[in-house]
Design a binder for this molecule. Structure first.
Ligand code: HEC
Length: 156
């Protein structure tokens, strides 16, 4: 019975110590959080991001070229549907409405030059992480084929 108060005091001191240590740690975390610079949002300036690769920024004509659409659809169906579905996210993202989040040149560079894109382009880097490191495959398309696919994507 004599020892009980001592144990109690010891426990109380230990609890105090732990509590104050915890407080100290959260202060440090707070300071760290403040000095740590948030990485810039890769989507912040997507409208001026044309990606890295052979395609330079260009404007799409206002009207959709149906002949190009059907050419693009053919290539897409034979080379891309193993990983992409129009109606939903699959191994890669759905290409539907892609031009609401990517520029035409970015999209074509992603098709033609995915290896360099995932190394250098902030949006492509983020995509690779989002898709658990599974990379976009380079299907060795010509620029004409990539352009036709872009026209097909516009029509979706
Ligand atoms: C082996 C699977 C695979 C094949 C085949 C493939 N892709 Fe991809 N694609 C992906 C993955 C995974 C991503 C997302 C991750 C990344 O970019 O690294 C992606 C991303 C993309 C993106 C960017 C989408 C966005 O929302 O920004 C485009 C555009 C694209 N692919 C087009 C194509 C086209 C066109 C073809 C056919 C010529 C094709 N892909 C074939 C797996 C594939």
């Amino acid at each position: 019975m004599k020892k009980l108060p001592l144990t109690l005091i010891f426990t109380a001191v230990l609890a105090c110590c732990l509590a104050s240590c915890g407080g100290g740690q959260s202060k440090i975390d707070e300071i760290k959080a403040k000095s740590f610079k948030e990485p810039a949002d890769p989507m912040a300036n997507w409208e001026s991001n044309h990606g890295v690769g052979p395609i330079k920024a260009f404007e799409l004509p206002a009207t959709i070229d149906q002949e190009l659409v059907s050419k693009g659809q053919q290539v897409y169906e034979s080379m891309c549907t193993a990983c992409h579905k129009v109606e939903k996210r699959f191994i890669g993202p759905s290409p539907k409405d892609i031009l609401k989040r990517r520029t035409p040149a970015w999209t074509m560079n992603m098709i033609l030059n995915p290896e360099e894109m995932v190394q250098k382009d902030p949006i492509a880097k983020k995509l690779l992480i989002e898709y658990n490191g599974s990379p976009m495959a380079n299907q060795n398309l010509s620029e004409e084929e990539a352009r036709a696919i872009l026209e097909y994507f516009r029509s979706l």
